[in-house]
Design a protein around this ligand. Structure first.
Ligand code: 1GP
Length: 239
């Protein structure tokens, strides 16, 4: 069974995002063990700016767990063929051609050769334009969070264009997570799995996001800051 087929199976999934720069080797191994123990479904690896070698981080993770490792590349510098799969992100909330096709062309020969599973993902940045790292680095504007109709239309377009996943992103460390109302509306209008991430810190937020229809909840920052939250948030997803 491919990873995508597993992701599309019924049941809520929990993805932990590892930004290699934010972990010591020891902390990374501890987090990976905790991920394995608590039934984390995916480990995403990436960040807006990464100075550490992605390959080494992925190899270390894979040595310590069999949880699938998926690249979540912030740029072409974060490509690796060591992961199980890659979120091939199209930043469809934005209008920067590099993040819609340019980088994909540059990466395509490498990705084809890598043999990794490719997960085409419509990536939708939502927020008030308060300067998230994704917004700044990608040089795109997010869709304002009260413009539900535009977010929904963007998600529908993402699916119609052949993406296999839709990712609603409010930006790493965001003060406001994607609202349950917006998740509900997007979910009602698409038939592919929906990832939601950005600013999720508490179990109650996870429960609301899951209840609204998210299929995969992504958490990075909260776990970097406090390793105990991994267990609490994983329970909130799976219970
Ligand atoms: C960022 O959605 C992810 O791309 C995770 O966000 O780091 O705020 O959990 P956090």
């Amino acid at each position: 069974m491919t990873l995508y087929q597993k992701l599309a199976l019924p049941g809520k999934k929990f993805a932990v995002l590892i930004d290699p720069d934010q972990y010591t080797v020891q902390a990374l191994i501890a987090t990976v063990y905790a991920a394995q123990e608590t039934g984390v479904n995916l480990i995403l690896v990436g960040g807006s700016l990464v100075s550490d070698r992605i390959d080494a981080t992925i190899e270390l993770i894979k040595k310590n767990t069999d949880v699938p490792v998926v690249l979540f590349p912030g740029s072409l510098m974060q490509l690796s063929n060591k992961a199980d799969a890659i979120l091939l992100l199209s930043l469809i909330s934005g209008r920067n051609p590099d993040y819609l096709i340019g980088n994909h062309v540059l990466a395509a020969p490498f990705l084809k050769k890598s043999g990794m599973e490719i997960l085409p993902t419509g990536y939708i940045l939502v927020g008030e334009g308060n300067g998230s790292a994704v917004e700044y680095i990608s040089n795109t504007r997010p869709i304002p969070s009260n413009k539900h109709d535009i977010v929904v239309a963007t998600a529908i377009a993402g699916e119609l264009m052949g993406n296999q996943l839709i990712y609603l992103e409010s930006g790493s460390g965001a003060c406001k997570t994607i609202s349950p109302e917006l998740i509900r509306e997007v979910k009602r209008n698409i038939s592919i799995p929906l990832l939601v991430g950005g600013g999720i810190r508490h179990a109650v937020q996870v429960q609301e996001i899951i209840a609204a229809g998210a299929d995969i909840v992504v958490v990075g920052n909260a776990i970097e800051r406090d390793s105990k939250s991994l267990e609490i948030l994983a329970k909130a997803v799976h219970n």
